[in-house]
Design a protein around this ligand. Sequence first.
Ligand code: NAD
Length: 294
Amino acid sequence: MATIGFIGLGNMGGPMAANLAKAGHSVQAFDLSAEALSAATAAGCRQAESAQDAVKGAAMVITMLPAGKHVKSLLLEGDAPLFEHLEDGALVIDCSTIDVHTAREIAAAAQQRQIDFIDAPVSGGVGGAQAGTLTFIVGGSAEQYATALPVLQAMGKNIFHAGEHGAGQIAKACNNMMLAILMAGTCEALSMGVKNGLDPAVLSDIMKQSSGNNWALQVYNPVPGVMDNVPASRDYQGGFQVDLMYKDLGLAMDLSQQSASATPMGSAARALFNLHKSQGNGGLDFSSLIRLYQ
Ligand code: NAD
């Protein structure tokens, strides 16, 4: 069992750190939020005083932060960049969803300092983080992937090696663009059915057994009351914020521009989430997009 520094204990990082502790690892946890820190302590992690304190004696360091600027500033910038506080031979695993450019920039800076760093964004939502069934998509060398694997297996079920540094973030951007399109389509179809007199639970069951079946219908229904234990049934609190989905769609649009890939559906989904966010819904779960249609 390893000593692991874990930084970023939000909706995703909190349950991921808890699963590492449950698996017997010694987890030194840090977050800027006192509330997130005390939840991690209650789940068996040791509360670190700072990010620098969290990485003391750690063979692995996991970051789960909102965006590229947070990861870069923690690892490379400021008075006490974390890259200068790591133990020799420590592997840094960034599980945040960030832009490919920043992921590669950090990987290059790590290589210069002979530090091991991989991008390992996740899919599966808060439910997957809690259940320890996340999908991890790793960008890095085969050796780094092999070192990370046993620790990632304590938090996830499917662990993929997508390719070299940055490849994990590219795959994640493709996946989340698809997810946004599927969620928008699911909201649109369910709203049309309800406006035409159908029960959303019945319509969801029909589509789940038909060609419209998708992940949102299976585990993340956007209509309140259709499923227990999803954000829609707790006023869209917790889960995956509209702000974060909007960020991810921005990452996908950057990629599409850089590679001259046509993404009209991704672009339409981004416009929808932008409209929803501009109406003050950035802090709600992304399935709240259905309110745009009601
Ligand atoms: P969140 O906002 O709930 O958590 C982020 C946490 O990071 C917060 O607790 C915040 O206090 C902390 N933080 C920010 N800067 C910090 C710093 N410098 N030092 C220590 N702590 C700091 O976000 P989340 O939903 O947990 O998402 C985290 C990442 O995972 C994002 O990149 C997101 O896109 C990705 N993601 C989220 C989901 C989901 O369903 N929520 C699913 C897959 C991927």
